[in-house]
Design a protein around this ligand. Sequence first.
Ligand code: 3Y8
Ligand code: NAP
Length: 247
Amino acid sequence: MKRTLVLGGTTEASALARSLAAAGADAIFSYAGRTEAPVAQPLPTRIGGFGGVAGLVDYLRAENIGAVVDATHPFAAQMSRNAIAACALACVPLLGLERPAWVAGIGDSWSHVDSIEAAVQALPEAPARVFLAIGKQNLTGFAAKPHHYLLRLVDAPESPPLPDCTVILARGPFDAASDKALLVQHDISHIVAKNAGGAGAEAKLIAARALGLPVILIDRPSLPTRQVVGAVAEVLAWLGHSADLGV
Ligand code: 3Y8
Ligand code: NAP
């Protein structure tokens, strides 16, 4: 019996895991191991990198994987690129489960930048109070600007990531009311975020709209062409076409 490998780490991946478990599918869920205690999944779970493309090819063969669903975050570009290469080499079907990028609506004051460095440049020169909701990777560049930073991280950092910052620990998904209260409580003037899409990270943008705050949004990296769907039901249908997957 062929197994399905789910590359996880997002709200959509967790929803897919619940559907696959309910369908009695033979599937395994994969985390990178970026957080100390990731949310438990209702599927057998592996944690840690595969060891690049070659390691993933070996894994696909050794575990008799018949299909891969890449439900990783849009900014997990290296994992997605590796999955495209490894599935091509191992001749294993690959499907991306991806949420659409956010699009500004009425009342939004967003500026789009194409990198973390461009986000730093887009911040004002005069001191501001910035909600940096981009996790704990790639923070050092923001020290170049004299701002107070509010950081929301999943795990406590070993040392303060920036000279003038407040760290709060939270895993999300988040809600707009709480994020609005957070922005007011910390007297935030600017928000920096990744264009992650999805509902789990959108709360801060809804809160920013309500408060009329500017948002600097970092574009998601581009990926090589691959088959992509936007809903769990489409993944289940795709897996259903491979009858031997038993889904
Ligand atoms: C380890 C698994 C679920 C998944 C929940 C989603 C929603 C909450 C929003 C903010 C933004 C941020 C960050 C964020 C969100 C969901 C989703 C999402 C953003 C967990 C998880 C893992 C990670 C890794 C972590 C990164 C960091 C990014 C925090 C689990 C909770 C900022 C991305 O400490 C670190 O090194 C953290 C690293 C990659 C980005 C970064 O560069 O630092 N996610 N997030 C996954 C693994 O090991 O494979 O711990 O349970 C998953 C979720 N994070 O099941 O409901 O689907 O987007 N995660 C961003 O979008 O900007 C927080 O605060 O508003
Ligand atoms: P990345 O930069 O694209 O990947 C770096 C390396 O981490 C990969 O080459 C792979 O290692 C390993 N890896 C990544 N995702 C994996 C997975 N699901 N299972 C097994 N190994 C994985 O990844 P990232 O941006 O650090 O994201 C790591 C995890 O956090 C992913 O699960 C992602 O969905 C989740 N996440 C990321 C963000 C974000 O902003 N980046 C936001 C929310 C959630 P090997 O090369 O050794 O195989």
